[in-house]
Design a protein around this ligand. Structure first.
Ligand code: DI6
Ligand code: FE
Length: 402
């Protein structure tokens, strides 16, 4: 007989209805062989499900889908605390990158780190997210920028699934920064990524999507388009760091390639937002980077709402612009800094985050057929999950039913 478990006496935030939280008071959930087979009122539990399987009394607690952090760079060597200090003295992120700091200093530290130390340092960051009810984490490469190190980063990301007891979605961030070997020769690096690194990533099945950084300090829209064409040719979906520091029309570019997501978007305009709506691209908002860089330009939340673009929220966990390992803090920042509602915050770390990963069929909601990934909270209302800073009310995390 299949393994199963019955969760009873729960206030369930299913997120399975089109609008609203899809709340079920005094609810029950049955998970069988890792998948949800029943969700509804406790009183309506099928009698076949009440016998046999162990019952868990949730004590009237709030139950949400397991949370999803859909944008992180949490595998990397080194630390950038010195750069934080430098910024406190008034040097800008762009100035630091131009001086060979920024992303490239993490590239140096990542290339020289052993696999063991990369895994160990990343696992501590994974553990922090998992402790807050996270059951799926996206992890990008992008601090290797050579074939060997990019592949190593993605293998470490894959190993974190077992090491961290969490689902991992890995992304090949081939165009993150120009490595020193290609200084002044961006087009040659793009060729190298498309011809030599991307095929190796695909051959080993190490990534389920690709990503790039479209910015004046990184790669041009034309270079990103060449990379996206190569990804499309081998059937990998794309995502994009778009319009974070300036408007290079990255939102539209992402939409033109039916991207799963366009991320950051502080400088995106209405044309870009409309294109995203038409292509079904999810907007991933990253308030940790906005906060760390003390940005002033807000992402166009009203436009995203008006055009019906789904909004996800993620930590962007990275050593430079968002050294954050708290998805709850990301929700709080999205509310306080970007003006998202409680419902939008919850959607942002569940079903919309699932869409950004192309996993809407499996995770992000509590519904029959979905993976049995749940978070059980010691809170009296959904708003309580968002409003505290630095407090973790997780009671239990359930991954695939256990
Ligand atoms: N945008 C970001 O905010 C991070 N990467 C990116 O493309 C920054 C990563 C870093 O500074 O190390
Ligand atoms: Fe990022």
């Amino acid at each position: 007989m299949a393994q199963g478990r019955v969760f009873r006496n729960a206030e369930i935030v299913t997120l399975a209805t089109r609008d609203g939280l899809g709340l079920i008071a005094s609810g029950a959930i049955v998970v069988e062989a890792g998948r949800i087979v029943f969700v509804g009122r406790d009183a309506d539990l099928p009698t076949s499900a009440t016998s046999g399987y162990p019952h868990v009394d949730c004590g009237g607690r709030l139950v949400t889908p397991g949370l999803i952090d859909c944008h992180t760079h949490l595998v990397h060597g080194g630390s950038r605390a010195w750069e934080f200090e430098e910024r406190l003295r008034g040097t800008s992120y762009a100035q630091i990158s131009a001086q060979g700091g920024g992303i490239l200093s993490t590239v140096k530290a990542t290339r020289t780190a052993t696999d063991t130390s990369l895994l160990a340092s990343a696992k501590r960051r994974v553990d922090a997210l998992v402790a807050e009810g996270v059951t799926t984490i996206e992890i990008k490469s992008g601090y290797g920028l050579d074939r060997e190190t990019e592949l190593r980063m993605l293998r470490v990301a894959r190993a974190l699934a077992t090491a961290g007891n969490v689902d991992i979605a890995s992304t090949f961030l081939g165009l993150h920064a120009l490595p020193p070997e290609y200084a002044g020769n961006g087009d040659a690096y793009v060729d190298h990524v498309c011809r030599d690194i991307l095929p190796a990533v695909a051959a080993e099945g190490l990534a389920e999507s690709v990503d790039g950084f479209c910015e004046s300090i990184a790669f041009s829209p034309e270079q990103i388009a060449r990379f996206f064409n190569a990804a499309r040719a081998i059937g990998l979906p794309v995502r994009l760091h778009a319009d974070q520091l300036s408007n290079l029309h990255g939102a539209r570019l992402a939409a033109d390639y039916s991207a799963l997501s366009a991320d950051h978007l502080e400088y995106s305009d209405e044309d870009g937002v409309m294109a995203m709506a038409a292509s079904g691209t999810t907007a991933v908002l990253l308030p940790g980077a906005f906060y760390t860089l003390r940005e002033k330009t807000l992402p166009p939340v009203d436009l995203l709402r008006r055009h019906g673009v789904p909004m996800a929220i993620a930590t962007d966990c990275n050593p430079g612009t968002s050294p954050m390992t708290s998805i709850l803090l990301a929700m709080n920042m999205a509310a306080t800094l970007f003006g998202l509602t409680i419902e939008e915050c919850l959607d942002g770390v569940t079903r919309n985050a699932a869409a950004a990963l192309g996993r809407s069929d499996r995770i992000g909601v509590i519904a029959p057929g979905a993976q049995g990934d749940l978070a059980i909270w010691d809170v009296s209302s959904p708003a309580e999950l968002v409003y505290r800073l630095g407090f973790n009310p997780l009671h239990a995390r359930i991954r695939r039913g256990s």
